[in-house]
Design a protein around this ligand. Structure first.
Ligand code: DHB
Length: 391
């Protein structure tokens, strides 16, 4: 008799615990954040992780009555790993959002999983134009290379640069950058003397820099992914290109805020176009840079801003659905959303799910002992030009 009632009580307790567990699980929204935390692109992972943490610190860890739980996974920058981690996060952890994606191949590998699982996939870094076309559940808070490259192409054409060699990392975003620059620059009367593509893995720039020298252009237009600019700048100086009279121009990936001070004075006067500079003169950005620097002990770069705005999109879409988590409802809420980012005004293009944003023309200048990309011209609210040109 006693025995039976104890068993009954145990059973009742187990049932209650189970129900409470289920209720708690329902009240949490899980975000599977997949980033390269190790390997050659770990700086991207570190910047985005710090930005996600900062967003939650400044905005609270719950929204619309739901606790936000971020599950961070390291893919080491390897696409097969990203895909497997995404699959596990959707199937086993039942995440309601996928986020991160530090490089184009990692985002492309995951797109089918977002589609099958109907899970919103927030691309915070990868920047090849075609990515958002790979799943209707992808929304991007970073940028596209064509979106930013046309700014520097226009600047070059207007500033007595007639002959250019392009030098880009040989994969999606590099080829996008090369095509966008070339199309825009040659349409304005400029000439491409050579188009060079450098391997993405362990790049040795020396033979390519020699070819740049031999072609003797007015400028070399460069795209390398975030973090790689440091070794590029080192070899640029070692090969004497800094004293050759050939100007260095590019998208802002090469003068990345994370590494700019380490690149040194060779960057002084370098003109680039990009969507974010830590020196962007707005109150929202100053507060962001201060808080980020205090929390993470480093300067935020464009990757950090992509991560910060990605979290903003997750929070605001949940607010709009009053905490409901279906992929379709969340996507509907994200489309057309606009806000003031540390980079300036932004909105999500309802047609393409890409971010519409200002593109700034910037020049590297010294302030005290610090190097900054100082914005001096703005092209307002630019859409990805590749998709805008499609019927
Ligand atoms: C990509 C990666 C970068 O680090 C960058 O600066 C731009 C684009 C990419 O792989 O899409």
């Amino acid at each position: 008799m006693h025995q039976v009632s104890l068993l009954k009580r145990l059973a009742a307790f187990a049932l209650m615990a189970g129900l409470a567990g289920a209720a708690m699980a329902q009240d949490a929204v899980k975000v599977g954040l997949i980033l390269p935390m190790t390997g050659p692109f770990a700086s991207t992972g570190k910047q985005i992780e710090a930005a996600v943490k900062l967003y939650m610190q400044r905005n609270g860890a719950s929204v619309a009555g739901k606790k936000i739980e971020v599950i961070l996974k390291d893919d080491g920058g390897v696409a097969d790993t990203t895909r497997r981690l995404a699959q596990e996060l959707v199937v086993n952890d039942k995440v309601q959002f996928l986020a991160g994606f530090g490089l184009t191949p990692l985002a492309l590998a995951t797109a089918p999983i977002a589609t099958q699982g109907k899970v919103p996939m927030i691309v915070m870094a990868a920047a090849t134009s075609i990515i958002t076309e790979q799943s209707p559940f992808i929304v991007r808070t970073s940028f596209t290379l064509p979106q930013v490259a046309i700014g520097i192409a226009d600047w070059a054409a207007k500033n007595k640069i007639r002959k250019v060699v392009s030098l880009v990392s040989d994969y999606g975003p590099g080829i996008d950058a090369e095509n966008a620059f070339k199309g825009r620059f040659t349409a304005a009367g400029g000439q491409m003397a050579a188009e060079l593509r450098v391997p993405l893995a362990n790049p040795d720039f020396a033979p390519f820099l020699q070819r740049v020298r031999d072609a003797a252009p007015d400028a070399v237009f460069v795209f390398v992914p975030s973090g790689v600019g440091a070794s590029f700048a080192k070899q640029f100086v070692e090969r004497g290109l800094d004293k050759s009279g050939i100007r260095l121009i590019g998208t802002g990936d090469v003068t990345d805020d994370d590494i700019l001070n380490r690149m040194g004075d060779v960057t002084l006067g370098v003109i680039t176009s990009h969507h974010y500079s830590a020196a962007h003169p707005s109150a929202v950005n100053r507060a962001f840079v201060d808080a980020f620097t205090k929390a993470a002990q480093m300067r935020p770069n464009f990757m950090a801003v992509g991560g910060y705005d990605g979290m903003h999109l997750i929070y605001k879409s949940l607010e709009a659905t009053k905490g409901a988590t279906g992929g379709e409802a969340l996507l509907a809420a994200m489309k057309g959303m606009s806000w003031e980012s540390p980079r300036g005004p932004v909105s999500i293009d309802p047609q393409t799910r890409d971010i519409i944003q200002n593109v700034y023309i910037r020049k590297v200048e010294k302030s005290g002992d610090q190097l900054y990309n100082v914005e001096f011209d703005t092209i307002p609210m630019v859409k990805d030009p590749v998709k805008a040109a499609k019927p």
